[in-house]
Design a protein around this ligand. Structure first.
Ligand code: ANZ
Length: 873
């Protein structure tokens, strides 16, 4: 939930424009010649007519200019002329390039959301602008179409995911076309197309060849009641989303990708990227580099004898070694069994089962009460020489560091809480400069080391700063063979398998005789998904692909031996890891991408998408890119030079008043304990603004709360872009989404706002075409004149050119629109509108409102699209 401050500008609902009489359906056919592009006839609008098809009276009345005729015409024109096709073999590589990419969508059944066009309009403006600036522009669109929803739908309805996917893609494509985006549709790709996933499989084989793909037993979300493995998003609070059955973590054979081999490069190369600092920081945190030491503790049995086993721990605070009063091992630690004597086994096993039901998030939640069980063994602290207990506790994770820690309760909050609960000694070894040593609770900051010397171990770090002490301890560890300096990363290897049908099959087989893994020869790619009619889980945890018996049972093409195919499929991230490369050369059947094309187009210059992909998608894609760089497929070390995250579009602002027990409305400023009062939603017609606040129109003393929420079906605040387009036109939607505020900010939808920009477009229309004729239609051509521009007119134009160009380059589209509004306000005061001035303005407008701009351009006597005209200087 996002709260919108009441300071935001109030936009009362604007009245619709006065009704215009029903226009005559006169349609003029223009003869247009296009010198270099395929010719098509364009119907130019001279009136409000629409070729005879009757429009509902209401819509006719609302539209302030005939967008409903202009827009489909230009969309048809662009499509027929392939106006935005980026040349492929015939590309002039001496020109500069600009690769502008949207994060391609998952074509969900719900269709486009108003959030989608926000980023897409921004990239479209940039693409149109760059074309007009003389760049070769690559601006493609495709579909990230494997994934769970289509499969769940298949389970429920029996409709094959392929069918659902094609249907959804068709819907998305036509919705995008309705918005006039200048994609090169000749380059459209879908991750579900075998000709595409052939290369996803090919990359997997390269990873396998280099030891970057391997199999391991890894815990998965196993739901015994449903008999299936669940994806993380299908598990809510430890139970299955469907049915609410308990889910446990159970080890299963999985494919893993060794992204950890690239930790350091993934971290280092972030520095030079033109990305939001916050996203870089999120990636840094995700990679989680930390420096410390790994050291070994000898295990001692309850009889006090060394057991000949060593337990290795990872610590970032070697300076606190004298304060380590116990060790903790994770419940899933591999050496656990060897630590636990018979008499403790039952208790430990019970605890392990308990821990297996918790997610890592729950286990590491600082707020949750710490739990644990004594292992029955002890260890010798190498610094103090003392014997300390070894505990098993789930706040230590098996997958990080060594899966075991030395616990220092005086200086770590989790250890402190645990030690207090289980009555373990707490020894303070660091104190802040210049304070006495009485304390309650752990002291976690830096300071000076105390209580840290032992003659027999030969270590004395008393009086040193924490940093100095850490260095000293590491030296001592290395000298005495107890341990060494160690860098650790939070990043884990990537679990690269799903127990699902609708994903890329793995191009590997296992020989029946020996179980040996055999990669398929590259010549056998793509390995296509078999047809299947039953997508329900097998009940055994085996993926649904196991049901495709004739597909699963196969012959090794090399040895001729009987074999089984892998029945897991790749995760949804796979296809989106490298799609930006395929757009450079989408039809290549012999290589993932042609080397020359890759060298020309790489890297993506501007990548726009939601911040929700700032960690995983971007990290995985960067990882694959670096592997492809290492094997010579790509020429750059990073895939995306500049990244922009568009903000969220929230629902229309909602107004709420508080009510007392008698149902009387209370002013928001008089309510102190908001929990005590009921709330009443106030319709916008009853709201007005007084100073900085919203109040009731009927009673100005009642101050209201204004808030905007994420759009959701359940809240009923979802705006459908199709409705907006049919009511106001695509140009209005595009312009409005850009005018709402800075691209990167979250902002609330406002119907009043879209009406405002719609009227602005109508003002431009009337300025160039003239006022409507008495029957509501518009004259042919324009009302611009052949006069020489005055100095004042030139000044206004150049001010606008300057501002619009700068703001587009700085991706501040909203202020670019303000500059155009200023220009139009000025132009309304002029007696005449000379052609050179108005033509230049139309070119400025064209990236934002391309349909209207093209229409006016034609009316001004041009015979081809303005898409490749020079942007005014
Ligand atoms: C002793 C100590 C003393 C620690 C102290 C901290 C403070 P980062 O920065 O996240 O790398 N740790 C190590 N492995 C762990 C695991 N598998 N699960 C949970 N905790 C683990 O943190 C490293 C610190 O987190 C390590 O340093 C260890 O606790 C703990 F005053 O060791 B420390």
């Amino acid at each position: 939930m996002f709260e919108i401050q009441s300071k935001q500008r109030f936009q009362p609902p604007l009245r619709f424009l006065p009704a215009s009489p029903t226009p005559s359906p006169s349609v003029l056919l223009l003869d247009l010649r296009f010198p270099c592009r395929r010719f098509s006839r364009v119907r130019c609008c001279s009136g409000g007519g629409n070729g005879g098809s009757a429009k509902p009276q209401q819509l006719q009345q609302r539209r302030a200019y005939p967008f409903d005729e202009i827009e489909p015409r230009w969309q048809r024109y662009w499509e027929e002329n392939r106006t935005f096709r980026t040349p492929d073999e015939d590309l002039d590589m001496s020109k500069p390039k600009c690769y502008i990419l949207d994060m391609f969508p998952y074509p969900s059944g719900a269709g486009l959301h108003v959030g989608h066009p926000l980023g897409y309009t921004a990239t479209d403006i940039l693409s149109r602008f760059k074309r007009m600036k003389g760049f070769n522009v690559l601006h493609p669109m495709g579909w990230d179409a494997f994934g769970l929803p289509a499969e769940q739908y298949a389970i429920e309805t029996g409709t094959h995911p392929k069918v659902t996917t094609i249907r959804n893609i068709d819907r998305f494509r036509s919705q995008l076309k309705l918005l006039g985006f200048s994609y090169d549709w000749d380059r459209e790709i879908s991750t579900t197309d075998p000709e595409y996933y052939k290369w996803t499989q090919w990359i997997f084989l390269q990873l396998l060849k280099r030891g970057l793909a391997y199999q391991a037993e890894v815990p998965v979300n196993w739901c015994p009641a449903l008999g299936t493995v669940l994806a993380n998003e299908e598990v809510v609070d430890g139970v299955s989303e469907r049915g609410g059955f308990p889910v446990i973590r159970k080890p299963m054979r999985q494919w893993m990708l060794k992204i950890t081999s690239y930790s350091e490069r993934l971290l280092e190369d972030l520095d030079d990227l033109d990305w939001p600092e916050s996203i870089k920081e999120m990636q840094r945190n995700w990679i989680g580099r930390s420096e410390g030491a790994e050291l070994e503790f000898h295990v001692i049995g309850s009889d006090g004898q060394e057991r000949g086993i060593k337990l290795s721990v990872y610590t970032t605070r070697p300076d606190t070694i004298f304060g380590a009063t116990y060790l903790v091992v994770a419940p899933e630690h591999i050496s656990l069994a060897s630590l636990v004597p018979k008499e403790q086994e039952k208790q430990v096993e019970e605890y392990r089962e308990l821990a297996a039901r918790k997610s890592e998030l729950e286990r590491t939640d600082l707020q949750k009460e710490k739990t644990g069980v004594f292992s029955g063994s002890y260890a010798k602290n190498p610094a103090t020489g003392e014997s300390i207990p070894i505990w098993i506790a789930d706040y230590v994770l098996g997958s990080y560091g060594t899966g075991a820690i030395m616990a220092v309760p005086a200086h770590d909050s989790r250890d402190y809480e645990f030690a207090v609960k289980y009555d373990i000694p707490i020894i303070r070894v660091v104190e802040p400069a210049g304070t006495s040593s009485n304390f309650d609770g752990p002291y976690v900051d830096d300071g000076f080391v105390i209580n840290s010397s032992n003659m027999s171990s030969g270590l004395n770090i008393n009086g040193l700063t924490c940093k100095e002490a850490a260095t000293e301890v590491i030296d001592w560890l290395e000298r005495t063979g107890h341990g060494s300096k160690k860098v650790n990363y939070k990043l884990r290897d990537w679990l690269f398998a799903r127990q699902r049908y609708w994903g890329e099959p793995f191009p590997v087989i296992f020989l029946n005789e020996t179980g040996e893994l055999v990669p398929l020869p590259e010549s056998q790619l793509p390995l296509t998904l078999p047809e299947l009619d039953d997508f329900t889980p097998t009940g055994t945890g085996e993926p649904p692909l196991a049901k495709a018996k004739t597909w699963v049972n196969t012959i090794d093409p090399i040895s001729g031996k009987a074999a089984r195919r892998e029945t897991n499929t790749m995760p949804q991230w796979a296809g989106s890891c490298w799609y930006y490369l395929r757009f450079m050369d989408p039809k290549n059947s012999t290589a993932l991408v042609n080397k020359d094309k890759e060298r020309y187009w790489s890297p993506v210059d501007i990548y726009v998408g939601g911040a929700e992909h700032s960690v995983l998608h971007l990290l995985y894609a960067r990882f694959w890119h670096k592997v492809l760089y290492d094997i010579g497929v790509v020429s750059t070390i990073e895939p995306f030079r500049c990244l922009i995250n568009q903000g969220l579009i929230l629902g229309e602002v909602e107004y709420v008043a508080y009510k007392d027990a008698e149902g009387r409305l209370l002013s928001a400023d008089s309510v102190s304990d908001v929990g005590e009062y009921a709330q009443e939603r106030i319709p916008i017609e009853k709201v007005t603004k007084a100073g900085d606040f919203y109040v009731l129109k009927d009673d100005l003393s009642i101050r209201l709360i204004s808030r905007s929420y994420k759009m959701s079906k359940s809240r009923g605040n979802v705006i459908n872009p199709d409705d907006v387009v049919s009511e106001y036109g695509a140009d209005s939607l595009r312009l409005y989404e850009m005018f709402m505020g800075p691209l990167r900010d979250s902002k609330a939808w406002s119907t009043g706002g879209i009406e405002g920009v719609h009227r602005f477009l109508a003002r431009i229309w009337r300025l160039v075409v003239g006022a409507p004729l008495p029957d509501g239609s518009y004259r042919e051509g324009t009302v611009v004149t052949d006069d020489k521009p005055t100095l004042e007119q030139l000044r206004a134009l150049h001010k606008c050119i300057d501002k619009v160009s700068e703001e587009i380059q700085e991706t501040r589209f909203n202020t670019g629109i303000s500059a155009m509004m200023e220009f139009i306000n000025a132009a309304y005061k002029w007696d005449n509108h000379p052609k050179p001035i108005m033509e230049a303005f139309i070119l400025l407008l064209s990236p934002y409102a391309p349909h209207m701009a093209e229409e006016l351009w034609f009316r001004l006597g041009h015979s081809s699209s303005l898409a490749y005209e020079n942007f005014p200087e």
